[in-house]
Design a protein around this ligand. Sequence first.
Ligand SMILES: Nc1ncnc2c1ncn2[C@@H]1O[C@H](COP(=O)(O)OP(=O)(O)OP(=O)(O)O)[C@@H](O)[C@H]1O
Length: 261
Amino acid sequence: MLEVSGVGVTYARGATTTKAIDKLDFTVSAGEFVGIVGPSGAGKTTLLKCMSGLLRPTSGAVVLHGREITQPPLEMAVVFQDYSRSLYPWFDVQRNVVLPLRHGGRKMAKDAALAATAEAIKAVGLEGFEEHHPWQLSGGMQQRVAIARALAYQPEILLMDEPFASVDAQTRAELEDLVLQVREQFGITIVLVTHDIDEAVYMSDTVVVLSRPPSTVQEILTIDLPKPRHQATTKTLPEYGKLRTRVYESIMVPDSRPASV
Ligand SMILES: Nc1ncnc2c1ncn2[C@@H]1O[C@H](COP(=O)(O)OP(=O)(O)OP(=O)(O)O)[C@@H](O)[C@H]1O
């Protein structure tokens, strides 16, 4: 469904170039939850920008349903880490969710947009907060608004870049479970970039491990833990421990390439 095919990215700034991604190949199937992990600076955010059509790869292509992505596709929504910059501070929760539906690529009719907004706000547990402004909400609640906005858009694919990195540990666990639950409810394909190995193993069907930069795919691991996942029980399974050790070792593997590469 979504193919990352020979994707490479080299950033150029004046005479200086940085090869962030060497060459990446992997696929995402319909309905799959793919976690992307790797060492710091491995190009995870760069990869997600290419997958969302915000950045054209220097080489290779990202292909959705057989068509190369050259601009943000209507089928996708993106949730970033920094909710404080992704919400409009002067609009309340309801308007933050509904506006992109009316005025973004979808251009939904008013009634349909309001119905999708109400459903998404309910799905993330923010009923009753429709008229609150972002500054009246906790960090975790603001990120729920950002997730609601992405859900209301009814995307086929949801891309998430470190979406829980700015919230406390308990809220993080709650938001992880919220995303797993809405994924079931709405049948969305999800790609999650995270630096958190536990999170990647807990949430994903497949974990793609990137190597040190300029990155290639180090390893692709199938996470065959039972579903639904549960914060307490899943994380005590011996298989969970083995998988997280495996991902950790894969990330930590020394770079055998010559230093000049
Ligand atoms: N706009 C840019 N211009 C130049 N270099 C960039 C740009 N964006 C990223 N880079 C470089 O590309 C490399 C990969 O960055 P990227 O943010 O994609 O990695 P990451 O894996 O998401 O990092 P982290 O885990 O630290 O968040 C880094 O060396 C970074 O400095």
